[in-house]
Design a protein around this ligand. Structure first.
Ligand SMILES: [Zn+2]
Ligand SMILES: [Zn+2]
Length: 111
């Protein structure tokens, strides 16, 4: 894997092209790893980015870090959306799914 298109923090931009990381080249480099491991890695990074990029919309972060790792025909098991999916290894709070919020709220009345 080329180390060139690496992330610069805390701006979360690409060290080479200055685009929001992961840029297309970074995504291609990352895609060569095992899909399950990739998902874990990206979920972990998204959680850090969410703290450091304070105020960035969750759906935007999800598209950037996780949506591109999903299978093309993968759908959310809860609401059926193609834009996100509830996936093992991804903390539910990182998934921008309104249906999931309702399930969590129903299961935990204390909020
Ligand atoms: Zn790049
Ligand atoms: Zn959903």
């Amino acid at each position: 894997m080329s180390a060139a298109h690496r992330v610069v923090r805390p701006s979360w931009t690409c060290a080479v092209d200055g685009l929001p990381w992961p840029c297309v080249e970074a995504q291609q480099a990352l895609s060569s790893s095992d899909p399950a491991a990739l998902l874990q890695t990206m979920a972990k990074l998204m959680a850090i980015a969410q703290r450091e990029l304070d105020g960035t919309d969750l759906a935007t972060l999800y598209r950037r870090f996780l949506a591109w790792t999903l299978e093309p025909d993968q759908r959310c098991a809860i609401c059926g959306s193609r834009r996100h999916a509830v996936t093992p290894g991804v903390p539910p709070r990182l998934v921008p799914c309104n249906g999931l919020r309702q399930v969590i709220a129903a299961a935990d009345p204390s909020g």
